[in-house]
Design a protein around this ligand. Structure first.
Ligand code: 5RP
Length: 257
């Protein structure tokens, strides 16, 4: 790995702990004004000091994040269909590599829809994005998006994560599931987990804890943080689990405080 790639990755995955707490706030790219992110700037300003990296679209970055910010930026670069469409897999690359470089991004991310209607195009999109990213030393995060009809088990997520790694993704974002260790074993690049739909805080902390125990390098979590009744407490608690190896009980106390 050459210097530029190492440098960018070190701004995402903390070299001291080998772990990361990415804050995902890209949901509006297909959901519009998502609950908890209607006023995005107001929602994320108090959370930024506790995140290692922000996962966001270019539009929200330009309009809602201070250009003097110290937080590293991972850019969501795919999109297309909105929640009004049945087929969310109909995605294209929407933001260019030049734009990611202009915005000083430390990485770019996109979804693949394995088993979806447009599976082939989204996997090819990933290959093409990696082709453009490599000469620019830009890490690529591949997200194993799950369609309504897909079962989130280790077999499916293992398949999707492995395909992402085979296409050249440098980091994979997937979901936690039973036998998650098997997903990690078969995927030679770092895995972060998405939080998914909002669940009880203690359950979300347990999920983060289990994922780390099973080999994830961290989380790229959104709704379980910004839709919590105490978003700052929640991100601090997740951080304690990811970077300090805190127990679920101790992390829950942090959230409560
Ligand atoms: C949306 C995404 C999100 O970044 C990802 O799902 C993480 O957010 P959450 O924890 O809310 O699931 O890729 O498509």
């Amino acid at each position: 790995m050459n210097w530029g790639m190492k440098n960018r990755l070190s701004k995402t995955i903390n070299p001291k702990t080998g772990k990361t707490v990415m804050l995902a706030v890209d949901h509006g790219y297909f959901q519009g004004p998502t609950t908890g992110l209607r006023e995005l700037k107001k929602a994320i300003d108090p959370l930024i000091p506790y995140a290692d990296c922000l996962y966001i679209t270019r539009g929200m970055l330009r309009n809602c994040v201070d250009a003097q910010t110290k937080i590293p930026i991972f850019l969501r670069v795919s999109g297309g269909p909105s929640i009004l469409k049945d087929d969310l897999s109909d995605e294209h690359i929407t933001t260019s590599m030049q734009e990611a470089l202009r915005l000083n991004a430390v990485g770019v991310g996109m979804s693949i829809f394995v088993g979806g209607k447009n599976e082939s195009r989204t996997i090819a999109n990933l290959g093409k994005l990696v082709n453009e990213a490599e000469p620019n030393n830009m890490p690529v995060l591949a997200i194993t998006a799950v369609g309504k009809e897909m079962v989130r088990d280790a077999r499916y997520l293992g398949l999707a994560s492995r395909i992402a790694a085979e296409m050249g993704a440098h980091i994979v974002k997937t979901y936690y599931c039973e036998d998650f260790k098997e997903v990690v074993k078969a995927c030679p690049v770092p895995i972060v987990i998405a939080g998914g739909k909002k669940i009880d805080e203690k359950d979300a902390l347990q999920m983060a804890y289990d994922a780390i125990q099973d080999g994830a390098v961290g989380v790229d979590m959104g709704r379980n943080i910004f839709q919590s009744d105490n978003p700052v407490g929640m991100i601090k608690a997740v951080r304690a689990i990811v970077h300090e190896g805190a127990s679920v009980e101790d992390a829950y106390k942090i959230y409560k405080k």
